[in-house]
Design a protein around this ligand. Sequence first.
Ligand code: GDP
Ligand code: IMO
Ligand code: MG
Length: 429
Amino acid sequence: MTAVVIVGAQWGDEGKGKVVDIFTEQADMVVRFGGGPNAGHTLVVGDDKVVVRLIPSGILHPRTRCVLGQGMVIDPASLFVEIDELVRRGRLPVELDGGRLAVSDRAHAILPYHVTIDTLREQGRGALGTTKRGVGPCYEDKVGRRGLPLGALRDMDKTRAIVGAALEAWTPVLQALGGMAPSVDDVMRTLEPLAARLVPLLCDTSQLVEAAVRAKKKVLFEGAQGTLLDIDHGTYPFVTSSSASAGGACVGTGVGPTRIDKVFGLVKAYSTRVGGGPFPTELDDATGERLRQKGAEFGSVTGRPRRTGWLDLPALEYAVRVNGLDALALTKLDVLTGLGDLKVCVAYRAADGSARPFPIDDAKGTMPVYETLPGWTEPLDRARTLADLPKAAREYVAFIERRVGCPIELVSVGSRRDETILLVDPFAG
Ligand code: GDP
Ligand code: IMO
Ligand code: MG
């Protein structure tokens, strides 16, 4: 195996950062393929906690090359805040070059007006609960063919023309939202010093990544968000604006589907969601609150409390299908300790009792059907093999595996690197 894709199988925050960090021990390259600073991936090393947004979660491993692919939208200001923080903490060299961190010259720039539009829209009636990082408006510009590919920053006259045209399109929108459009000069003044720093990191990452895969290097494709937030396959319109599922790894990097060896889906032992949208197994009660407190379910980007609920197996089966998952990693199993009996949604039914698939777009009129599994009281963080888990926890893992028909190859029992039961080498085979 050389090319391994890792995607969230739920609504994001499944623990992609932790798992990518662990797998990177063996990887030559880690590539982000979509999304932008709406992502928040947490890495815990000893007592140190690092949250990365744009930078791939492999960054803590000095011999691994990190790549920001062209499917991403990148706020240059936010990228340098992140880089400077990592340098300050001794996690990145002061003299950073494209050898350690390469950025696609075809990824699109998030500009200050994208953030303003996202923020103003969130104050209105159509609010979706976005992260207000300008991600949606930036992808709108990309698809509207008036976006700013980062490569344009090599030529500031070209950049000025693109920004001017985009601002012309956005000005009436900004005014209707009660905001004001910045002048082209304002935007250029912000952009110029950032461009000077960014341009040396830019390259054709598609060639870089494809060459690494062809040379049989170990390459991890790190998903952001999750399948149910995918623009095509998620709970539309309560989704993000990119391809967060496995297909996005090809579109967002320039590596063809025949080159991908394995697709890994990450799933929490329960469900969470940040922002609006359907969430049929949501718990608005004391159990939901216990999950939130015990699982520290507060957004790593916005600090918002995450909505919590029981594990949803029809949703997971859906994620297995649309991603073609080869294997699962089950995370945060330790959070279920002491919760009492555990419910798992195994099906959906309409009012007349007939079976329904996972309600992707509208949960109205569809009821989750639960099975109850015994819980356990023992802490799990010291478990390093399945045999170390209490019987009920082992049965919970086996139940999921059996129901969705996809092997669980990793079980995570804490946020630290060693709090992991690794059952199969991700690059084996
Ligand atoms: P990501 O966006 O998928 O990378 O996930 P986040 O980093 O946003 O959220 C996952 C949170 O759970 C982070 O705070 C992790 O440190 C933490 N975490 C990851 N795996 C585990 C686990 O197995 N158990 C516990 N208790 N926490 C975990
Ligand atoms: P990671 O990579 C959880 C959600 C937002 C909102 C919707 C649209 O850390 O798993 P956007 O700002 O993307 O336009 O918001 O998507 N969202 C996430 N939820 N984890 C994420 O990323 C998310 N990125 C976006 O909360 O509901
Ligand atoms: Mg996150």
